[in-house]
Design a protein around this ligand. Sequence first.
Ligand code: ZN
Length: 328
Amino acid sequence: MLSMRQIKDRSEEDTFLALDIGGTNVTCGLVSRVGEVLSTDIFPTRDGRTPDALISLIINRLKVLWATADQTHRPSALAIGAPGWIKPLEGIVVTAPNIEGWVDVPITKIMSQALELPARLENDANLYALGEWLAGAGKGSDNEITLTLGTGVGAGLILGGQLWNGSFTSAAEIGHIPLGPAHTAPCGCGRLGCLETMASARGMARLAREWLEAGRKTKFRGSPTELNTEVMTKLAERGDPMSLDVFQRAGTALGQVLAGVFNLLSLERAVLGGGASGAFKYIRKAIVEYLSVHLVTAKIDEIQIVKGTLGINAPLVGAAALLNAGGF
Ligand SMILES: [Zn+2]
């Protein structure tokens, strides 16, 4: 990784294009070399009805973003964040369960040829983590994990001041760490009882639906399909027993997994981002309760569990970190 000093020593005139392909939205951005987001364009992933149509749409939107930008800031490279199983070095999205029809898509080559720019592919959660580490809540920490609580639970690991990809460029799949034999809810990966069946936005909505089906007491008065973490966060503020219980259980599951991760790697910080991080204060409480008992590599007040600060800009900022580190 380049330090901020090394980054500043290089040309600050040029910029990077950033692309985050999500199951719900696609975010395009123009970012400076130091991670400042100059302009963004967000549109629903479903606007591209087939894989080819989505790729054409993304190319057009990136070209418009580029054309409308200050022309003294010429993009020098593109970073692509994609979910699912990817091969970053080969630039291929092998499968993306939340994006219909994406199988073995050579996304880096396609984008690079269409935009006449060098391109790099990275896991979307890794880009998010790089962003928080460069300019957000992970700044200043050389050993930390950033979690994204969204449709699933993603993560990116910074170890020794570098993004950790592991042997198969697939590290930090924290959402699929099993919670144990008592947990049997089906996960999107086809297995049972993974962390994200409890701690993703989707998993928390499932826990709430089960609470409703059991006829237990709650202040929620809508249809079960309207249950999401935003609604539950508002209900929790009013002391709703269902929402408080769901956040407690999701936080305990996260605490269980994070205790293992912190104890294995001696981390100093976990950053929580993603769409469900609005419930941060409730989830954090349960995580800290669990870690207070099970953390053995540091005292509980020596580590930090903090909320991400960059939101949807995090992967765009992370694009600058990735491309700087790649020497672009
Ligand atoms: Zn799973």
